[in-house]
Structures are given as C-alpha cells and as structure tokens.
Design a protein around this ligand. Structure first.
Ligand SMILES: CC(=O)[C@@H](O)[C@H](O)COP(=O)(O)O
Length: 256
C-alpha cells in the first residue's frame, strides 16, 4: 500500500485540530505513532501570529503533513487554499474538502470533482474527502486522484460507519486504489471495522482530540487499526445464518 509513492508504517492518519493544548496534541501524535497528520490551513492561518507556533510544532513532530482545505465551500476557495498550502508546507499533497451542506458537512461532490481536476492538472496529489458514491469515485479517479477518502459518517459526529454496504462496494470496485475512511469515526471499534473491510487506512480527528485522555485514546486507535488490518489479512470467516457447533461431539458421553 502506498499513498502517492509514500508508504507509512502506521495506517492511522490523525487530524491536528481541537486538542486542549499543543502539548496534548504532541503527546497524542506520539502515542498514536502516526506518520501522517492533516492540518487545516484556513483554520490555523486565522490564528494570532499566523499560527507560527503551531507550524513550528507540526514541523517538530517529524511526520508527513497532509494539508487540508477544511472549511472551503467553493471550488475557488478550495483551489486557492490548496495553492497556499503547497507554498507553506512545500508538499504536493492536499486533502481536498469542498463542503456542500452546512448541517452534515457533506462534500459537494460536483465541486469536489471540478476542484480535483484543476489541482491534479497543476501537479497536486489529491486526497479527496468524498461520499461513498461509486460514480463520484470514478470521476475522481478520471480526474487524476490516486487515493480516495470516503466518509464514515459526517465530520465530528463520531457515529462510525454509516453505510458499511457502500464502503464494501467501493472497496470491491477499486481493489487497487488506496482507500481511506475519513471522518465520523468515534470509537476504536469503528476504525477496526473500517480496516476489516479492507480499507488501507483511517483518518480521524475529533474522537482523539475530544477524548477525556487524548493520548490514551490515540494509542487505543493505533492498536484498533492494526488489529483490524491483521484481521483483514487473516481472512475473516463468512458469516452464516444457521448455527454450526464449534465443538462437534463425537459419540456420546457414558454417564453413570
Ligand atoms: C481533520 C480533518 O481533516 C477532518 O475534517 C476529518 O474529516 C476528520 O473528521 P472527524 O473529526 O470526524 O474524525
């Protein structure tokens, strides 16, 4: 599995927003053992001092940065933010979010495909935050995306995998495209479930940042992602409707 030529050791990608303090963010990244963190350029650029301390902290983590266009609601905004991110972080990677609806933060898939086409043509390596729609996925691949990131559930809800059927179909349809479940993960068991479906990685933020003990939760997620992957590779049994004794009885016990 590689993401535009980069093979991370950890299949967990972590967001960097909403932590109680920079120190807790740092401890969480270390506890998770992640190689990739995502950073919102718009959110951080708006902070006092242009977020310089924040950038310095992120750089000091020694991990690969996946800048994102969180908070962008139009193609123009997302493209401009991506161009700024490339300047700031010196990376062609961009997690592309074009939000289409305020209540669910659902991606505007039409704008997403348009923005992806523009950015891929400009040499960006695009990680599109999308719904699990197969047709949208096809269009994004045609646009030049070599990674797809369907949502598990709306951002920040912690609901887990809203549509396992759709996620399974996407996996089956794109066996060779790296797939990452992004957003809506609330518990380590949700992350494990995504990995058991054969997803290549999981990206999450709120579930760790808002946990009572973010660093401990980050460690729990790291283990769940590893366990889910291991289970997928081990080849899970097929579920069945009829009971089947797991300890077949040979002969009869002689009583009395
Ligand atoms: C940080 C980031 O990129 C989020 O937009 C992402 O989608 C994670 O969502 P959760 O906060 O629901 O994990």
């Amino acid at each position: 599995m590689d993401f535009y030529g980069f093979t991370p050791r950890s299949r967990l990608f972590l967001g960097t927003a909403q932590y109680p303090s920079p120190a807790v963010l740092q401890k969480s990244v270390e506890a998770a053992g992640v190689d990739v963190v995502t950073v919102s350029l718009r959110r951080e650029a708006g902070r006092l001092g242009g977020g310089q301390d924040f950038w310095a902290l992120i750089r000091s983590l020694g991990v690969r940065v996946l800048p994102n266009t969180a908070g962008c609601h139009s193609v123009k905004e997302a493209v401009t933010t991506a161009q700024m991110a490339r300047e700031v972080f010196g990376t062609p990677w961009i997690k592309l979010e074009v939000i289409g609806e305020a209540d669910t933060l659902q991606p505007d898939v039409f704008g997403l495909v348009e923005a992806a086409r523009i950015l891929c043509a400009e040499g960006f390596e695009v990680f599109p935050y999308m719904t699990e729609d197969l047709v949208v996925a096809e269009r994004l691949v045609e646009a030049g995306c070599r990674v797809l990131m369907p949502w598990g559930a709306p951002i920040g809800t912690g609901k887990g995998l809203n549509n396992p059927y759709g996620l399974r179909a996407l996996r089956a349809h794109f066996p060779d495209v790296p797939l990452v479940v992004d957003a809506g993960i609330g518990l380590p068991s949700h992350a494990a479930a995504a990995m058991e479906l054969g997803y290549d990685a999981v990206l999450l933020n709120t579930a760790v940042a808002k946990a009572g003990d973010p660093a401990a939760m980050a460690a729990a997620f790291a283990r769940a992602v590893e366990a889910g992957r291991l289970a997928f590779e081990a080849g899970p049994m097929e579920p069945r409707d009829m009971a089947a004794p797991s300890t077949p009885v040979l002969g009869r016990a002689l009583l009395g």
